[in-house]
Write a protein that binds this ligand. Structure first.
Ligand code: DC
Length: 217
């Protein structure tokens, strides 16, 4: 959609991207897009289909015939297959432990980036992920990079009931050759180790509103 606005939020796991992103989207009347959920959905379908994750050509072949489509509700855009979002299944430890092996595959990233750009056909979005400000929408003037200390992020994951060792996934995400996790040069970097999600999200909202006034958007 012409003139749609993109707010890009990147950061490692448990940095508050999802919570702040949903809050911002709600306040602005934009749709939220959780791009991690898109990588997770594809990973879950690969596991379900018995694809050998270690064999990139098998994964890419499966992606070519994967019948996923973008679906929108009033508050988000997400991937569904056959009318199902697999929202619960994609949070399993099995998917969490596998997704960072699938996400570095170049053909997977190309497909995801193209599909994420297509989300704009539904209007303005708040999109969170790892490479939104650097690769998916590098031209947007609204970019945030959220972070928090390793200890705080591990505690948040534990509180959510996850048994996953996120340090290993973060290491893979940050050191992969294609689109590694890093702040865009013009991103507002926020360390929220000692802030509540509400305070972080309010700060982000004030920043977006000031920037919109400044740019006339
Ligand atoms: O945000 P999340 O923890 O649900 O993301 C799951 C994985 O998906 C993450 O470890 C790396 C990958 N990912 C990515 O490579 N690029 C994105 N824009 C979003 C997620």
């Amino acid at each position: 959609m012409k003139d749609a606005i993109v707010i890009a939020i990147d950061g490692p796991s448990a940095s508050g991207k999802g919570t702040c992103g949903r809050y911002l989207a709600g306040k602005l009347g934009f749709r939220h897009v959780d791009t991690g959920a898109m990588y997770r959905t594809f990973t879950w379908h690969c596991l379900q289909a018995g694809i050998d994750i270690g064999q990139a050509p098998q994964v890419v072949e499966f992606l070519r015939r994967w019948p996923a489509e973008l679906v929108t509700t009033s508050d988000e855009v997400r991937l569904e297959v056959g009318g199902k979002s697999a929202a619960g299944e994609i949070r399993s430890d099995e998917v969490s432990n596998t997704v960072a092996r699938i996400s570095p595959i170049a053909a997977v990233r190309i497909w995801m980036v193209r599909t994420q750009r297509e989300c704009l056909r539904f209007g303005s979005v708040v999109m969170d992920g790892r490479d939104i400000g650097t690769h998916v929408f590098p031209e947007t003037p609204f970019k945030f990079f959220l972070t928090a200390s390793d200890e705080v992020r591990a505690k948040r994951r534990k509180a959510e009931g996850s048994g996953e060792n996120t340090a290993e996934r973060d290491r893979r995400d940050s050191t992969r050759k294609v689109a590694p996790l890093e702040p865009a040069r013009d991103a507002v970097v926020i360390d929220n180790s000692h802030e509540s999600p509400a305070v972080t999200a309010e700060f982000m909202l004030a920043h977006v509103e000031a920037k919109r006034r400044q740019l006339g958007l």
